[in-house]
Each structure stands twice: as structure tokens, then as C-alpha cells.
Design a protein around this ligand. Structure first.
Ligand code: GDP
Length: 471
């Protein structure tokens, strides 16, 4: 994004359309003078809302508005800024925008206010991303994390790691500068220990990346299993409404069904699939193929098992469970009410507790994991426990502090951690300080890229182009 930083820009900061109020924002040299001309007054107290009558050309249309001025650098962009609150009618908004353009401003591009805030050092790149995230958020957990990042929590964590690296680097450089003194400013053991601590700090951040990216991008949770295991019933139970058709006829769900919901603050696409079995029906075959495709790309798979089903069903479920080995998966034992009715093991079944370990319970196949969740989708029992488990698997108990939410964050913190690990290995092997310094330099560059201290234009372009106008 090429911009002349001092050009006066204007944009509607509130949504297009009709509303009670609209906010029009100006940034750049001459913003206050322009507002003064439109309002017919020479002075505004900075950062105080002033009620004015705007006179809008060409026909002196009048509009009662609130004008707030910000003197540079005490503004969001770091430049002279004005915010004009008008009535939220499109004609008025257009008239004010046109008056500003006639008065020397040009329409702002996407994200140009935030871009200027970044250029002027008011925020770093992590905070600029956080502004976009606060606005795009669909859950409170997303807002919580984005707000903390906007306040600078992630930037502070990155700066802290960078400072630790810089301190070690300074000591090593001092050692190099005085080679004849016969002493080192930092002992090997101390160096190894310090680099170990810095590496640990990177690893702790990286540990937040899976959950953080799920929070940011959303998760795909696929309900899989044999026909008639009760997948659609579990799907409806989790959504708390009868979204999917439920019938005793095996093979009812032919296509994948997807619905948006939230578990643990994470936006989730919950996906119901066709039961996996061999079939000659071409429509069902396509359904099975789509089910397998959906399962392959899932963040987490819920395998619904009906332990009261046929031997073929039980064997099929076991085979499906095996194909999910190494993936994020949950096993759900459905139709618990039916077991009880059949009286297979009255005492165990009478007392089945949602969420209790299923293993060892009469009738539960040996391959089922100990943490399989017993439910009855028909009565709804156990579904809340399943929801809580999903929340725990996908989310975090506390969405707080510094969390890596984007692939960009993960790859740069990984680059930093790798460089630190190389430096530490060289230190352990008593290698030369120059090699260690080169790796520490790489580690610092990765952290600077993360905060956008020296980020290539194309990366910035990608980030800021996702903003909307007025932001
Ligand atoms: P799907 O083919 O795996 O999606 O299974 P459905 O959800 O369509 O259910 C198949 C049949 O099992 C329907 O007749 C449901 O009413 C029944 N069913 C589902 N869950 C339960 C349950 O927990 N208990 C009992 N007794 N029947 C259930």
C-alpha cells in the first residue's frame, strides 16, 4: 500500500446504510482546518466533543453534528485527526464526505487509518492484526484474545524474548571485542542456560498456536460412524435443534450437513456425514465418499458408536476408529437408554454416568478408549457432557495473555526457536561465538518480522488488504 503519509484522508468509519448515527473520520494535515471551515468556527478544544452546525456545499445544507478533534501525535493514527458524528442517513453521510473531498481530502483506502497508525509507530503489526480481529470476531473468546493483543500482550511477550536475546548477544559481542583480556563476559554454562530459557519461552508460545489458530480460523468438527449409529441425532443434540432428518432407515443422510456453532469460545462448523458402509447405491456411495473427504479435513472427529448394533456395525466402528489413529478424535457410545431397556447389564446400565469411563462396562467393545463418552441422543442424556468435552478439546480454560493466532505467528516463532536451538547447540559444543551470534541475529530478525519492525511490503499488503475502508 503506497500512501503519502501526510495526505488528508476521509472515510465513513461506521457501516454503510441507514442508522441513528454515522461517524466520519479524517486524518492528515489540515483535518482540523477543514472541520473548522465546515463548522464555521475557529477553535475546537482537543479531544472534546463539540456540538456544531455543519454547512455543506453546494447549497448550504445544514447538519447538526458532534466534532471531536485530535492534535498530532495524540490520535489513533498519530496524525491530526477529526471525527464527525452525524445523523446516520446516507444522504447526509454522502454530503459530508463530498464536502471533505471538495475541501481537499481524498477517500481513504482499506485499512489506511490503521496503516498510518502502524507507520507512525502508534501500534505494531501484531496490534494492527488485533484491530482486524476485534472487528471480525464472532465469539467473546475471540474478542478477549484480540483485545489483549491490541493492548500489547503478545507484543510485550515478543519484546521480552527479544530483549533476553539482545542481552546475551551484547555479552557475547563484548567477549569478542576484548579477545586478549583472557576472560569472557558470559560463561558457557550461563550462556547455555540463558538460551535454554529463551527457547522455553518460544516453546510456551508455540504451545498456544493450535488452540489459537482454531480460535482465529474456526474448527471443523465431523461426526462420523456407521449408518444408524445415531450421528444425526448427536448432531441435532449438540445444535439443540432438529437440523438433520432422523429416521430408523439406514443411509438417510446422503450428503454432508454443516452448521455453525460455538464450543469453548471457538467458532465451529459441525458436520454430519453419511454412515460409512459398503453400498451399491450410487447416491449413498457418493455420500460415503464425501463423508471420508470431510473426515480427512476435520480438526476433530467424533465417532458415534452404537454398541447395541450388529457385529458388522461394531467391527466397522472399530475399523473407523483405527483409521483415526493419531488424529484429534472422540468416541461417543450412543443409545445408552436402549442398553438399559434391553437389560444387558441392568445394574451397570441403570447407573451409567455421562462422562464416566466406559471401559469395562458390559457390552462396551475393548477397543473403545477409556474416555469414551456415554450418551443417549434420544433422551439427550450425556449430550451436555459431550459439549463440555468438545469445549475442552477445542478451546482453553482461559483465553488470556499472549496466544499465537495466525500461521504467520507460528512460522516466525518457530524460526526464532530453531535459531535459538542452533545457537544453544553450538554453545554446548563449545563452538565459536561468531556462529552463535549469527543464529541470535536470525532469531531477532524473526521476532522483528513478527512485530513488523522491518516487514516486506508484500506481507504488509496482504495483512492490510483484509481491512475494510474507514478502519
Ligand atoms: P445416523 O444414521 O447415524 O445419522 O442415525 P440417526 O440419528 O438417523 O438415528 C438412527 C435411528 O436410531 C433413529 O431411529 C433414531 O431415533 C435412533 N436413535 C438415535 N439415537 C438414539 C438413542 O440414543 N437411543 C435410541 N434408543 N435410539 C436412538
Amino acid at each position: 500500500m503506497v500512501s503519502t503519509p501526510e495526505t488528508l484522508i476521509v472515510a465513513l468509519a461506521t457501516p454503510q446504510g441507514r442508522g441513528a448515527l454515522a461517524t466520519i473520520r479524517l486524518s492528515g494535515a489540515g483535518a482540523i482546518a477543514l472541520a473548522s471551515r465546515l463548522a464555521g468556527r475557529t477553535h475546537f478544544a482537543p479531544r472534546a466533543a463539540t456540538l456544531v452546525t455543519l454547512r455543506l456545499p453546494p447549497d448550504d445544507l445544514t447538519e447538526t453534528a458532534l466534532v471531536t478533534t485530535f492534535v498530532a501525535p495524540q490520535s489513533f493514527t498519530g496524525q491530526e485527526c477529526v471525527e464527525i458524528d452525524t445523523h446516520g442517513g446516507p444522504v447526509i453521510v454522502d454530503a459530508v464526505l463530498q464536502a471533505c473531498i471538495d475541501g481537499g481530502a481524498r477517500l481513504a483506502r482499506e485499512g489506511e487509518f490503521t496503516w498510518r497508525a502502524y507507520l507512525n509507530g502508534r501500534i505494531d503489526l501484531l496490534q494492527a492484526e488485533a484491530i482486524a480481529d476485534v472487528i471480525a470476531a464472532t465469539t467473546r473468546a475471540q474478542v478477549r484474545v484480540a483485545s489483549r493483543h491490541l493492548e500489547g500482550a503478545l507484543s510485550a511477550a515478543i519484546i521480552g524474548i527479544g530483549d533476553d536475546i539482545a542481552r546475551v548477544r551484547a555479552l557475547l559481542e563484548a567477549s569478542l571485542d576484548f579477545p586478549d583480556e583472557g576472560f569472557h563476559f558470559i560463561e558457557r554454562g550461563d550462556l547455555v542456560a540463558r538460551l535454554g530459557l529463551v527457547h522455553d519461552a518460544c516453546v510456551r508460545l508455540l504451545e498456544s498456536a493450535d488452540a489459537g489458530q482454531r480460535l482465529h480460523d474456526g474448527a471443523r468438527v465431523v461426526i462420523a460412524g456407521r449408518p444408524n449409529a445415531g450421528k444425526s441425532s448427536v448432531f441435532n443434540g449438540l445444535l439443540k435443534r432438529p437440523r438433520a432428518i432422523v429416521t430408523p432407515v439406514a443411509g438417510t443422510t446422503r450428503d454432508v450437513l454443516a452448521e455453525g456453532t460455538v464450543f469453548g469460545g471457538v467458532p465451529v462448523q459441525l458436520i454430519d456425514t453419511a454412515g460409512v458402509r459398503h453400498t451399491t447405491d450410487p447416491v449413498e456411495q457418493e455420500g460415503v465418499a464425501r463423508a471420508e473427504e470431510a473426515t480427512a479435513s476435520a480438526s476433530l472427529v467424533i465417532l458415534v458408536v452404537d454398541p447395541s448394533g450388529t457385529d458388522e456395525d461394531r467391527e466397522g466402528s472399530e475399523a473407523l476408529w483405527a483409521t483415526l489413529d493419531g488424529r484429534a478424535r472422540l468416541c461417543v457410545l450412543n443409545k445408552m437408554d436402549k442398553w438399559r431397556a434391553q437389560g444387558t447389564d441392568a445394574s451397570a446400565m441403570e447407573n451409567w454416568t455421562p462422562g464416566a469411563s466406559a471401559r469395562g462396562t458390559h457390552g462396551v467393545p475393548d477397543w473403545c478408549p477409556a474416555d469414551a463418552i456415554m450418551v443417549s441422543a434420544l433422551t439427550g442424556r450425556g449430550i451436555d457432557t459431550l459439549s463440555e468435552r468438545l469445549a475442552a478439546e477445542l478451546g482453553q480454560a482461559r483465553w488470556d495473555g499472549a496466544i499465537l493466532t495466525r500461521a504467520r505467528h507460528r512460522s516466525l516463532v518457530t524460526a526464532c526457536a530453531d535459531a535459538i536451538a542452533r545457537a544453544r547447540a553450538t554453545a554446548v559444543d563449545e563452538g565459536s561465538e561468531e556462529y552463535i551470534l549469527a543464529d541470535l541475529h536470525d532469531a531477532l530478525v524473526a521476532l522483528e518480522d513478527l512485530r513488523g519492525v522491518e516487514t516486506p511490503d508484500d506481507v504488509l499488503e496482504t495483512i492490510f488488504s483484509s481491512f475494510c475502508i474507514g478502519k
